[in-house]
Design a protein around this ligand. Structure first.
Ligand code: ADP
Length: 193
């Protein structure tokens, strides 16, 4: 199995790249942001609770997203591998993930960190807000809060996997295809699969 975490700040292009990679490597794509937006669209209790936090640019509780990941893994036991996008976002989530994957004897192979500077992120998110109408992309102070949450709670996840020798950083400024090639060559050059 090939289990990859696509990592990076909001607006770094994780979703776009995940969609390309899942085709090439035949992986199950799990985006906790998409799963949460599905819950909101379905009007579930979980969705309603998550929405109040997401609209402020805050993270939803670890137990909520870990529970969603667990159900996805349970429902897809035959997956050839995973591409995780937007998860894990805290060290607690990373530890829970490693526990779940440990039970499946299928650990994370790599965390690919997409590096984009803050000014570029803000511009991209504001543009995405105009095009997609995502409420958390509409307003600069919400975007700043998401970047703050990323710095305070999420960057430690990269260090967590760096300590396990699994961190791969790539430059995320450029066109989609160039960045995709960088990620693919990183994955193809990994010895473990
Ligand atoms: P982006 O990476 O562009 O911010 P996402 O779709 O990944 O977009 O996430 C949108 C929002 O969903 C986040 O700001 C957060 O509130 C919530 N969210 C998504 N994934 C997680 C997670 N793993 N842990 C906590 N909150 C999450």
């Amino acid at each position: 199995m090939l289990n990859i975490i696509l990592f990076g700040p909001p607006g770094s292009g994780k979703g776009t790249q995940a969609n390309l990679l899942k085709e090439k490597y035949q992986l199950l794509h799990i985006s906790t942001g998409d799963l949460l937006r599905e819950e909101i669209a379905n009007g579930t209790k979980l969705g309603l609770e998550a929405k109040t936090l997401m609209d402020k640019g805050e993270l939803v509780p670890d137990e909520v997203v870990v529970g969603m990941i667990q159900s996805k893994l349970d429902a897809n036991k035959k997956a050839k591998g995973l591409i995780l996008d937007g998860f894990p976002r805290t060290v607690k989530q990373a530890e829970a993930l490693d526990q779940l994957l440990g039970e499946l004897n299928s650990p994370i192979n790599a965390l690919v960190s997409i590096v984009v500077d803050e000014e570029e992120l803000k511009q991209r998110l504001l543009l995405r807000g105009k095009e997609s109408g995502r409420p958390d992309d509409q307003n600069e102070s919400i975007i700043e809060n998401r970047i703050k949450e990323y710095k305070n709670k999420t960057t430690a996840v990269a260090t967590y996997y760096e300590n396990k020798g699994k961190l791969h950083e790539i430059n995320g400024v450029g066109d989609v295809e160039t960045i995709n090639k960088l990620i693919c060559s990183t994955l193809d050059s990994m010895s473990k699969f």
